[in-house]
Design a protein around this ligand. Structure first.
Ligand code: PEP
Ligand code: MN
Length: 263
């Protein structure tokens, strides 16, 4: 079902007024984690002002250490809904377990499946059954074939609204947090009709590498990007080192649009 051989035309996933795929540029921005009302509202206003068309923010966070900040849970979802009410931006947020799908689906516009859960097949089927748009991140060590098969699990439940997201993979390289695999963008777009977006924040792990890799992703044919933006990255409770401040994000958006026009 994910194959271009079966369906040659690009799938366009509609999220409110926003279209993802088919030549539309999705610009999803926001903090790694929802931390407080002030933080999420300030970020939502700033990224909307800059030209983002969706807001990201984690309420349930998969952290490598159990002692790190793991998100505000349902309170975080309520704050995201408040940010949507004020800015009109649709919400992208992660759901980590099948048990939370109903809860997260009540607040979110797009259900994010994190890299660590790409092969959680029960979770994939559960989000498939909602019929809602799903952002499927590529696993840390998943092949492109495995990633596409995970998308197949969702679509097999009768939900065609899948957005693929390349977010960097594990390699021998240690200079960056992950190695952003732009090959995967071109390969996935050739093999599948699904929209493909890129996460240069997790893909690099360093805020100053986000602008060049954002532009490279769009030049490589990505249908959009998901970028971490924080009003005060040095004080972020998660992923501050890879988060843009609002000013840098604001400078990047017109460059993105300029490249998208050429591609
Ligand atoms: C995130 O988007 O903050 C996140 C945890 O991403 P990933 O699943 O790609 O690590
Ligand atoms: Mn993050």
């Amino acid at each position: 079902l994910v194959s271009r051989e079966v369906k040659p035309s690009d799938t366009v996933v509609t999220v409110g007024d926003v279209k993802v795929g088919g030549g539309h540029l999705a610009i999803i921005a926001g903090p790694c984690s929802v931390e407080s009302e002030e933080q999420i509202m300030a970020t939502a206003r700033a990224v909307r002002e800059a030209g983002a068309n969706m807001l990201r923010g984690g309420a349930f966070k998969p952290r490598s250490s159990p002692y790190s900040f793991r998100g505000l849970g349902e309170v975080g979802l309520q704050l995201l809904a408040q940010a949507r009410a004020e800015t009109g931006l649709p919400i992208v947020t992660e759901v980590m377990t099948p048990a939370d799908v109903d809860l997260v689906a009540r607040y979110a516009d797009v259900l994010q499946i994190g890299a660590r859960n790409m092969q959680n097949y029960q979770l994939l089927e559960e989000v498939g059954r909602t019929g809602m748009p799903v952002l499927l991140k590529r696993g840390l060590s998943a092949t492109i074939e495995e990633w596409l098969l995970s998308a197949e699990y969702i679509i097999a439940q009768g939900n065609p609204n899948v957005i693929l997201c390349e977010r960097g993979i594990r390699t021998f390289e240690t200079a960056t947090r992950n190695t952003l695999d732009l090959n995967a963008v071109a390969v996935a777009r050739k093999r599948s009709h699904l929209p493909v977006i890129v996460d240069p924040s997790h893909g690099t792990g360093k805020w100053y590498l986000v602008p060049p890799l954002t532009l490279a992703a769009i030049a490589a044919g990505a249908d959009g990007v998901i970028i971490e933006v924080h009003p005060d990255p040095d004080r972020a409770k998660s992923d501050g080192g890879q988060s843009l401040n609002p000013e840098n994000f604001m400078g990047l958006v017109p460059q993105m649009r300029a490249i998208a026009k050429v591609v």
